[in-house]
Write a protein that binds this ligand. Structure first.
Ligand SMILES: Cc1ncc(COP(=O)(O)O)c(C=O)c1O
Length: 339
């Protein structure tokens, strides 16, 4: 039996099409959208959502019911309108919705940060920084990484196929589709992209006949021998940003030896590993964070999406000695403090 918060529909009836989509109501809304909203989104089909609610089922504005494999694009990990989420939103809305956490203190933040501290796969002392979205978590992590080295290490390594967001810093790390950068150059400088090894390796960029292990080694070797050997001294690299499973890039799972090997290289040269769990985190792969499947500890983890079931929240969690930007370094300092 479905739990009682679900709206009362018979699961054996799903999916249920009552009018061929897009129905009349959906068509009307899409027409209005086209006349009001900039059409730069990558929408692939004309679903106009009315409500979620029946666990994995969503209803469109014409009453069609679908099994929701999108989950709001990897956001609704606990389902739509989970009663505990709804209750928490209501409770907080009645207390206050904003008081500026950058200037004052919230009890809830302390509670939440201690919960994050207990689940992230980074040992030792760590600190949390809160943001409003995935892209902002990436921007913040870039500043934390470069700022930690006081800009003595201006380079960042990222991967071909990566999606880290669409604001200027995160866009410079993103390399999954040319259209995402088309017309926006110059990008943030000093970002170098290297291939991302797929497992199984039949699409390995270094040859189709390589084994899983050889493909992982080939990418690690490329980084050390070609990038560090021919182009940039690793002492100038602050961080390697990666998705533990590439999402937008095609749901690419890397080989088992890849992240342990990347950790070794990072340790050898004092480079930070930044694990972007914006899409893969919060239970989506069966563990709290996807990197746990490789048993590797990153230095910084970026998160958003499922962290708050679609409310605009993100976070950066990192080792305390790295999360060391000075007061005002990631947020404005109120005038009263600077005077
Ligand atoms: C891995 C990853 N990082 C960052 C982002 C950017 O997150 P947001 O859309 O919340 O800015 C996304 C969004 O899909 C993502 O998948």
């Amino acid at each position: 039996m479905p739990p009682k918060w679900y709206w009362p529909i018979d699961p054996s009836n799903i999916p249920k099409i009552v009018v061929e989509p897009p129905g009349p109501k959906a068509q009307e809304i899409i027409k209005m959208d086209e006349s009001l909203v900039m059409q730069s989104f990558g929408r692939w089909y004309p679903l106009v959502i009315r409500r979620g609610g029946y666990g994995p089922v969503v209803e469109d504005v014409d009453g069609n019911l679908y099994i929701d494999f999108n989950a709001g694009i990897a956001v609704m990990n606990v389902g739509h309108s989970h009663p505990r989420v709804v209750e928490a939103i209501k409770r907080q809305a009645e207390l206050f919705t904003h008081y500026s956490m950058t200037d004052f203190y919230y009890e809830l933040i302390v509670k939440h940060a201690s919960m994050l501290r207990d689940i992230v796969p980074i040992s030792g002392d760590k600190r949390v920084f809160y943001t409003n979205s995935g892209t902002e978590s990436i921007e913040g992590a870039m500043k934390v990484a470069r700022g930690h080295f006081r800009n003595q290490r201006p380079y960042i390594i990222a991967f071909l196929g990566a999606f880290h967001g669409r604001t200027y810093g995160s866009m410079a790390l993103t390399a999954s589709k040319p259209i995402q950068r088309l017309g926006f150059n110059p990008m943030l400088p000093n970002v170098i992209h290297i291939p991302y090894p797929p497992y199984p390796p039949y699409r390995c960029p270094f040859g189709r006949n390589l084994t899983e292990e050889e493909c992982g080694e080939a990418v690690l070797g490329y980084l050390e021998d070609w990038i560090f050997g021919k182009m940039v001294d690793p002492s100038e690299v602050s961080a390697i940003f990666f998705e533990p499973i590439q999402g937008e890039g095609g749901y690419v799972v890397p080989p088992r030896n890849f992240f342990p090997g990347l950790r070794k290289i990072a340790d050898k040269y004092g480079i930070l590993l930044v694990d972007d769990e914006v899409q893969a985190g919060f239970g989506r792969t069966g563990k709290w964070f996807a990197i746990e499947h490789w048993g590797v500890e990153p230095d910084i983890i970026t998160m958003a999406k499922a962290i708050a079931a679609g409310l605009p929240l993100g976070a950066i969690v990192g080792r305390t000695n790295i999360m060391d930007l000075p007061r005002g370094g990631l947020t404005p300092i109120p005038l009263a403090v600077t005077q």
